[in-house]
Write a protein that binds this ligand. Structure first.
Ligand code: UGA
Length: 434
């Protein structure tokens, strides 16, 4: 099948590459000329493990193309995926202007039947709005379907080639059949495709992300309570997760959830509710708990130093919002750095992948180290903000030699409690004994 993808951000690029890998001819459209030129020359504009190989393979096989010319791509394709940004507006509601502008252009440019597939995370009712905009520009028949994306950053290739399910919101039989054909390689291997109406599909995406945000936040509250009563969250987590109605995944406590999806989607769902005179009480509580959780270790650091961290040097390991990505959107590291700076601390940070993105925001307000050990030189405390693999098994002796004081505040529960202790460290993690 010939497919156009509009928008080559994270979702668009991964979706386009996956659809090419499944054997389709895919035309990726973006307004950013420099980016398009780069992609034509084999440059993947995002950091994502294993993506480059699949990307280059499909360019080589002449199944993956890049252009700034929407009209040219449309003329070649029967199916058009929209993978456009839906950033939060000031009140937290999703801004649909990119999606609706492209819908308008498609309406003006199309010359034959198209299926417009919404991949972006969009509020309930967006398929209807896209349909109205296109219909106001053309009499040619078309369908609009919702097909939300569930992939995780850092696992995009794995998740997109082996999804837990494909959700398609479509009311026309013709569009349903086309979507079933596109995803046949998945259904052939037993991956379910779940058809529903457009609104239910749009809400499924928000409900799934919000549920996971609630799950993590619930566990963070349990962890905080563990500390109060002297229980160990690792044990509680195992005990709970073994009930397969609960499951082990997304039960890891830490310094809050971040990234480009959970915070945005929780906010957007609260906001959609408000517009429909509906209050998502559980999501409001989740937001509150999470914003507190993100910086929960700062007061611990302050207490440790007798109430003031003025002039103290704090090393930070990890800046990305989670491991295996260079994404720093809503990263807990940033909230911690801002608060620590406000309180007069000096920061030396290390992140091999995300440093450049942080430099763009914080510039020389903090220092950057070239290695995890260099960050520790003369540090009064270490704060671990991202669970990168390279931090999993450090040389504690070397750490002790380089630090001013043997103190670790671990926001990602990286080590068994006895290991740092055996090396003489004060070790504070989340929901476990100190
Ligand atoms: C999330 C969802 O997991 C994807 O299914 C969804 O497609 C995506 O959003 C999206 O809407 O595009 P992602 O933002 O890449 O994916 O990140 P996650 O792996 O879900 O992690 C989100 C945050 O939760 C991170 O800050 C992570 O550190 C935190 N987390 C995760 C925990 O604190 N504890 C856990 O047990 C799991």
């Amino acid at each position: 099948m010939n497919i156009t993808i509009v928008g080559t951000g994270y979702v668009g690029l991964v979706t386009g590459t996956t659809l090419a890998e499944l054997g389709n001819s895919v035309y990726c459209v973006d307004i950013d000329e420099k980016k398009v030129e780069g992609m034509k020359n084999g440059i993947v504009p995002i950091y994502e493990p294993n993506l480059e190989e699949m990307f280059l393979r499909n360019i080589q096989a002449e199944r993956l193309f890049f252009t700034t010319d929407l009209k040219k791509a449309l003329d070649k394709s029967e199916v058009v995926y929209l993978a456009l940004p839906t950033p939060p507006g000031e009140d937290g509601s999703a801004d649909l202007s990119y999606v609706l502008r492209v819908a308008h252009d498609i309406g003006e440019m199309m010359t034959d039947y198209k299926v417009i597939v919404n991949k972006s995370t969009v509020p309930v009712g967006t398929a209807d709005r896209v349909r109205e905009v296109i219909a106001s520009k053309t009499d040619i028949p078309f369908d609009v379907v919702s097909n939300p994306e569930f992939l995780r950053e850092g696992f995009a290739v794995e998740d997109s080639m082996n999804p837990s399910r494909v959700v398609v919101g479509a009311s026309s039989e013709k569009a349903k059949n086309i979507m079933a054909t596109i995803y046949q390689p998945f259904t052939n291997t037993g991956i379910p495709i779940i058809f529903m109406d457009e609104k239910s599909s749009e809400l499924t995406k928000y409900a799934a992300n919000s549920f996971l945000a609630v799950k993590i936040t619930f566990m963070n509250e349990i962890a905080n309570y563990c500390e109060k009563v002297g229980a160990d969250v690792d044990k509680v987590r195992l005990g709970m997760g073994s009930d397969d109605r609960i499951g082990h995944r997304f039960l890891f406590p830490g310094i809050g959830y971040g990234g480009s999806c959970f915070p945005k989607d929780v906010k957007a769902l609260i906001n959609s509710g408000k517009q429909d005179d509906f209050e998502f009480q559980i999501l409001k509580a989740t937001e509150n708990v999470n914003s507190h959780q993100k910086v929960i270790l700062v007061s611990e650091i302050e207490n440790y130093f007798g109430g003031s961290i003025e002039g103290k040097t704090i090393a930070i390991w990890g800046l990305a919002f989670k491991a295996n990505t260079d994404d720093i959107r809503e990263a807990s590291s940033l909230d911690n750095i801002r608060l620590l700076l406000e309180k007069g601390a000096r920061i030396v940070a290390y992140d091999a992948v995300a440093e450049n993105n942080v430099r763009k925001i914080l510039g020389d307000k903090i220092q950057y180290a070239k290695s995890m050990y260099e960050a520790l030189d003369g540090a009064d405390a270490l704060l671990i903000a991202t669970e990168w693999s390279e931090f999993k098994n450090p040389n504690f002796e070397l750490m002790a030699k380089r630090m001013n004081s043997k103190t670790i505040f671990d926001g990602r529960n990286m080590y068994p409690l006895d290991i740092p202790a055996q090396n003489g460290f004060y070790y504070k993690s989340i929901g476990r004994k100190t």
